[in-house]
Design a protein around this ligand. Structure first.
Ligand code: KG4
Ligand code: ZN
Length: 332
């Protein structure tokens, strides 16, 4: 059974073809990032207009790469929410029209749940051997922990109280004048930095499974001010020596990863589960992946992290989850 997935919740237009819930035959992503770069973040109006321009050819390319035709598709899955309103409207309208025109069933999925499904793509697993487990989404818009009894029985355990983790990476990169999106740039600089050089205050939240990242982001700014830089120096990389940028990147990244890994493991302990699944754009971070591997091994937990290609927004995870839910009776 072939499912066509459509994802347009933010700036990436993506169409994928997935076979039998897990085998990704194609996963085409058309990114509009270069149009947003100069603003240092995603501009919703630009994003939705570009989705509209490229969605048809993204679909054609996905079919071509999967070597199938529209008439071979049995189900359409689309991201319903959360996301940018205008962007979501393009994807859901396109999906509904396609389903109506082809007389196919439609499934609308939650974007965050799709990020938790991503670690299970292109791998072998049996439904009755994974549940219940703890799922973590670390992206540009969300940082959340979930308890899953099934993919249609999900409880939120905690979430960020302020900035999402990816958003904090992007904002720190902005403070250092590094460009957008900040995550991959910070990761690259951090590789040659001293992760213990700069100490940020402990991240405290009232609920142990909630997150907060705005404090470390502000900590980066205050550290620069304490070194004699002015607030107005922020946004211009030329002011800062490379060693400072590397050490700040490494120390910030380590503090953020510490918080993520500690809370994810605490959630597994509190719920008494043996499996942790991690997805979302920030899950592409090499240091995060390494620390999660080390710490889960130490705690005797099984870890499933999203394959790199399915970390940032993609329609493969939407098609996979859509088909899984359809088999369990869900239909729009
Ligand atoms: O999941 P995603 O594509 O979009 C949302 O649903 O938000 O995540 C995008 C976020 C951005 O904030 C970006 O800076 C971050 O993921 N990101 C990373 C890395 N690659 C992308 N953060 C840290 N390290 C990375 N390698
Ligand atoms: Zn996302």
């Amino acid at each position: 059974m072939y499912t066509l997935g459509i994802e347009t919740s933010c700036d990436d237009t993506s169409v994928a073809i997935v076979k039998n819930s897990t085998i990704v035959l194609s996963n085409v992503i058309s990114s509009s990032i270069k149009f947003h770069k100069k603003y240092g973040g995603v501009i919703p109006e630009i994003a939705s207009r570009l989705h509209l321009e490229v969605i048809s050819c993204t679909l054609e390319e996905a079919l071509k790469q999967a070597k199938i035709r529209l008439k071979d598709i049995s189900l359409i899955a689309v991201t319903k929410h959360p996301g940018l309103k205008g962007s979501l409207l393009v994807g859901t309208s396109f999906a509904r029209a396609l389903a109506f025109g082809l007389s196919l069933p439609l499934v609308e999925v939650n974007h965050l749940h799709a990020h938790i499904y991503a670690p299970f793509l292109n791998s072998l697993w049996r439904r009755n051997s994974i549940f219940p487990f703890v799922g973590m989404v670390v992206s540009g818009g969300h940082t959340s922990l979930f308890y899953l009894k099934d993919f249609n029985n999900i409880e939120c355990l905690g979430a960020t109280l302020d900035d999402a983790c990816g958003e904090a990476f992007d904002k720190v990169a902005k403070i250092l004048g590094l460009g957008y999106p900040g995550g991959p740039i910070i990761e690259k600089l951090a590789k040659n930095g001293d992760l213990k050089k700069i100490k940020f205050g402990k991240i405290k939240t009232k609920q142990p499974l909630d997150f907060s990242f705005s404090g470390i982001k502000t900590g980066v700014l205050y550290y620069l001010i304490s070194k004699g830089y002015k607030k107005s120096d922020a946004l211009s990389t030329k002011h800062y020596p490379i060693s400072l940028k590397r050490n700040l990147s490494a120390s910030f990244q380590e503090t953020a990863v510490d918080s993520l890994v500690n809370k994810a493991i605490l959630a597994c302990k509190m719920k008494g589960v043996k499996l942790l699944a991690v997805g979302g754009g920030v899950a592409a971070n090499g240091r995060l992946r390494q620390r999660f591997q080390q710490e889960t091994k130490r705690e005797g937990l099984e870890l499933k992290v999203s394959p790199l290609e399915f970390c940032t927004d993609n329609a493969g995870m939407v098609a996979g989850l859509g088909q899984y839910l359809f088999k369990r009776g869900l239909k729009a």
